[in-house]
Design a protein around this ligand. Sequence first.
Ligand SMILES: Nc1ncnc2c1ncn2[C@@H]1O[C@H](COP(=O)(O)OP(=O)(O)OP(=O)(O)O)[C@@H](O)[C@H]1O
Ligand SMILES: [Mg+2]
Length: 262
Amino acid sequence: MGFVIEIRGLSKVYPTPERPQGLKVLDDIAFGVEEGEFLTVVGPSGCGKTTLLEIMAGLRKPTSGGIYLDGRMITDPDPAIGIVFQEESTFPWLTVEENIGFGLRMKGVGKDERERQVQEVIDLVELPGFEKRYPFELSGGMRQRVSLARTIIMHPRVILMDEPFGALDEQTRLTLGLEILRIAERTQSTIALITHSINEAVLLSDRIVVLTRRPGRVKSVIPSKLAKPRSVDTLSDALFAKLVGQIWKDLREEGYRERDED
Ligand SMILES: Nc1ncnc2c1ncn2[C@@H]1O[C@H](COP(=O)(O)OP(=O)(O)OP(=O)(O)O)[C@@H](O)[C@H]1O
Ligand SMILES: [Mg+2]
């Protein structure tokens, strides 16, 4: 089966004033995300995860290799690739419904149709009653649900997320993660998530890509056969502990922190 989004032979070197050869951040990365799959990328701090996601989103150019969406090479941002960032990306001067309807408005979708679709997505992310609120009136977790709603309403082929729960406490992040998983299943979305939380990766994913320390290479690809639907009970599944242990072992071999000698 073809991948929705595929990374082929991807390397990235940043030019730096200190090193004439530049700083190699990603080295020959290759993997693909299947239709309807929830794939997570984990790796040591500084191994190039954000760089990888920015390249996947067409926001940054690779040094070599490329990104393919349904077999077509991506070189620029594409409406078929949705992104949810760690930093809140809601517009503070717009209400929840205006934030969520923004992309449709830009596309010239009429008011009635827009309102219909916005309401549908508000129900999906469980924010009914908050339509007229402004982002500052919401909790961090709710604001991230607005960001997700804004992405989902555009029906992207794939949704990329970089530490979308990074600013949240552990309990909120796991709960929100499970909610996003449920939404992804209901909308049959394809998701690539970047996180440094191994628990989160195992709880939510169908497959986990573990990267080496910088320059990031694919260290291992770990499929998760954990039963679905996932829930907080999954955390006490014996297989959950086994998968977490396996990823820890891979990361420990790498040394979890970025080193400076290279
Ligand atoms: N625009 C840039 N120019 C030069 N170097 C950069 C640039 N962006 C990132 N880097 C360097 O590239 C390396 C990888 O950065 P990146 O942010 O992709 O890693 P990361 O895995 O997301 O890290 P973290 O886990 O801390 O979020 C780091 O050493 C960083 O300092
Ligand atoms: Mg990062």
